[in-house]
Structures are given as C-alpha cells and as structure tokens.
Design a binder for this molecule. Structure first.
Ligand SMILES: *Cc1c(COP(=O)(O)O)cnc(C)c1O
Length: 420
C-alpha cells in the first residue's frame, strides 16, 4: 500500500474488518436468496438493476405455465385486474409507509411522473392562477428535468431551477429560497441519483406546503433501501422505480403514491379505459374511477410486476429499519476502504460523508473513472459510471456482503492504477 497515513488500516485490518462485519450482520442469510450472489462476480449496481431473487425465477416460470397457460383470459377476472393495487399496497406497507389504497403499480417512472406532475400542476393552477412554477433542481435525474420542462411549456408555466452542489443535493435553505406564491409543484428526489445525497423529506415537504405548493417525490433511489414514511411525513404524491432496490427485473413497472386526500381532486392526462369507473362498461366518454384506479391508463403490465413481490416479502421480513442500518454500515465501510486504498491515488468521495445525509450508494470521482468502469466490467466487477468522472458503488443491503465490497474496491484500486 502506498498510503503515507500511519493511521490508515493495513490490508489485513481491512480483511479482518470485512469478516467481522459479515459475521455480525443480522441480514447476511438473505444474500442466499439471490441468483448469482454465490459467485465471485462483484455487483455494485443493485441501485440500477437489482439481482433477481431465486424465488422470482420460480414464480415467473410458474406464472407462465399455470396462470397464463392454464387460466388464459380468465386470469384477468380471477386476479390480474387487482394485482396493480395489491402489489401497490405491499409497496406501501413494506417500503414507503403508505396505508392501503394509495399506491398502485402502473407505467414506467417517466410516464407516472408525467401523469402526477401534470395532474398536480393543473389542480394548483386551477385553484390559483398565480401558481405557474414547477420547482426542480438542476442535478435531478434527466427524465424528471425533461418532463418538468415539457409540462411547463405545455401548460404555459415555467420552471424554477435550484442550483445544487453535485456532491450533495437540495437543502432546506435552497428550497426555501425557491418556493413562494407562484409555486404550483415541487419535484424532488429523496436520494440523488448521482451523489447519493439523502434529502430531509419531512422538512422539505413542510417547506413546500408552507408556500402552498404540492410536492411530487421521486423515490427511485430510495424505495427499498431508505425508510420512507409517506403518510407520516405528509407526502402528496410520489413515484418510484421497482427494478432498482425492489429487484423487479429490467423494465418492471413503477409505482405511484397519491395521498387519499388528493385522489378524487386530481385528473391525470392519459385518459385510458383502465382508469375509468367501470372498465368493461366501455361507455361513450371517460369517467375517472374513484381512488387509485384513475391513475392507470392502459392494460397493466402483469408479467413485469410479478418478480418484485419476492423482494417486497423479503423487505417486510427483514424490516426497512434493519435494511437501512446495514446500508449505512456498507456505505461507511466503503468510505473507509476508499480513504485507505483509493484516496492516495487521487480518488475523492463525491457523496455526503455524513451517513445521515447519504442513501444507499457512494460515488467516487477521478478523471479516469470511465475507463476504470470499462476495465472492471471485463473483470466481472460491476459498478456504473456517471459524468463527470463518477464511479457509482451501489450497495444493495439484502444482497451485498462486506467481503464483496472489499473485493470490489480492491479491484477499483488496481483498475485506477492501470488506467490513471
Ligand atoms: C432510475 C430513475 C428513473 C428512471 O425512470 P424510467 O422511466 O424507469 O426510465 C427516474 N428518476 C430517477 C430519480 C431515477 O433514479
């Protein structure tokens, strides 16, 4: 090791620490529930595409044979029509702190965000014509920024951008300065996709409400790894991915949360037959259903929403607070290993150092990280890359071990030496 810090842990210290942390981890047995976790591949991208649970492999095969193959069109009446609501309630219970009847599995995150932001903007603007602004930060996920820009243009509104530090995210002060009597809607990510910054969701929600605005929370990088108490924190609306920490598989549909108090007052813009009060009445005009059904548009993607049920069951069993405790231990360990092995090579931690302000991933920055990522992928070490120079280390608490984390960061060290 080339570090000059005499207090830096030695290689054997780090091995001993990883072993001790794994031995003491109360969630360690859950790792066996995932396909591929018993191989030498290091997976640092469960925040982009979670590993498949073994139970999901079984569930998908069984569904194809028995339900799709055996029940055929009868499946819709027997269970599929209700599945978006049943799984939505399971997400509410296991991951986002929502009482039943407020969460539904629907389209992609992008489409659900569009529906909810537009519905919220229209309702706010109709109630008070002065409310024409949508507030969002410049470092929010691209789809969120693009949608907000499009909705503002489409509805004659405007965007108020919040500038943020790329290693952090939206703070109480920055939101406070951005909202006011012209704010219709605020769009925020609970965990910033680039830096991993964990927003203070209850405080930011209160600041927006005090200004008379509604908030649409994007929970893509938090659902399943960070506690969310949507009802308790007074959320209005939220959306989130299911293929990240909920392991729903590539392209699995997203969920939408709409607080009960808002449901019947909001009109979403994609008026399809599946969102009507009586789906099979096939009447002359669109009449939105009461409750969450009105946020659906077309035929629900049933096959896509099967796998997430297995991870939701695991989350309920383990408990989101225990998952968060392991997530913090994993990111703390990753930061310590980075300081010991990578800081001497010029790698910086581009995520908050305070665990209370950090979600489930850590971003490491160095100008060579694009090439480092390509080299690591060839070696079966899988982080991902985000400009500028950011290597994202995603640590999925149910499927990642401390030993895997150390092995992967040692591979990052070797790759930085080779590419720098
Ligand atoms: C992953 C992610 C998305 C992805 O949206 P899709 O419609 O599923 O492609 C959106 N927003 C955030 C914050 C994300 O992290």
């Amino acid at each position: 090791m080339t570090t000059t810090d005499p207090h830096a842990p030695s290689a054997t210290d780090l091995d001993a620490e990883a072993s001790a942390l794994d031995a003491a981890d109360p969630l360690k047995h859950h790792r066996d529930a995932f396909v591929g976790a018993d191989t030498s591949l290091v997976y640092f991208d469960g925040n982009s595409l979670g590993r498949p649970p073994r139970a999901s492999v079984e569930r998908l095969a069984q569904f194809a044979t028995d339900e799709w193959g055996g029940r055929l069109i009868r499946g819709w009446d027997e269970s599929w029509m209700q599945l978006p609501f049943e799984i939505g309630d399971a997400i509410g219970r296991a991951a986002i702190g929502a009482a039943p009847g407020q969460t539904v599995v629907g389209d992609s995150t992008t489409v659900l965000l569009y529906k909810l932001v537009r519905a919220a903007f229209d309702a706010q603007h109709a109630a008070d014509a002065a409310r024409v602004e949508i507030v969002i930060d410049r470092d929010n996920f691209p789809t969120d920024r693009y949608l907000v820009d499009g909705i503002a243009r489409e509805r004659g509104g405007r965007v108020r951008w919040i500038d943020v530090d790329l290693t952090a995210g939206v703070t109480a002060e920055s939101l406070h300065a951005a909202v006011g009597p012209e704010t219709a809607v605020v769009v925020l990510s609970q965990v910033a996709y680039r830096s991993g910054h964990l927003a203070d969701a209850p405080t930011l929600t209160r600041i927006a409400h005090d200004a008379g605005a509604l908030v649409v929370w994007d929970l893509c990088h938090s659902a399943g790894s960070v506690p969310v108490r949507a009802d308790e924190w007074g959320f209005d609306l939220a959306v989130g991915c299911t293929y990240k920490y909920l392991n729903g598989g590539p392209g699995s549909p997203a969920f939408a949360y709409v607080a009960a108090r808002h449901q019947d007052a909001l009109a979403q813009p994609i008026q399809g037959w599946m969102g009507t009060a009586d789906v099979f009445a096939m009447g002359p005009e669109y009449r939105p259903a009461a409750g969450m059904r009105r946020f659906l548009s077309g035929t629900p993607p049933i096959v896509g929403m099967l796998a997430m049920q297995d991870t939701l069951a695991l989350i309920e069993e383990a408990g989101i607070d225990a998952i968060r405790a392991k997530s913090i231990a994993l990111t703390e360990f990753a930061v310590r290993v980075t300081d010991a092995l990578l800081a001497p090579l010029g790698v910086a931690v581009a995520s908050p150092r305070d665990a209370a302000e950090r979600g489930g991933h850590v971003t490491l920055s160095h100008p060579a990280m694009r090439a480092v990522t390509a080299r690591l992928w060839r070696e079966d070490v899988i982080p991902d890359y985000r400009d500028p120079g950011g290597l994202r280390i995603g640590l999925s608490p149910l499927s990642t071990s401390f030993g895997e984390t150390l092995t992967g960061l040692r591979a990052v060290e070797a790759a930085v030496r080779a590419e720098a």
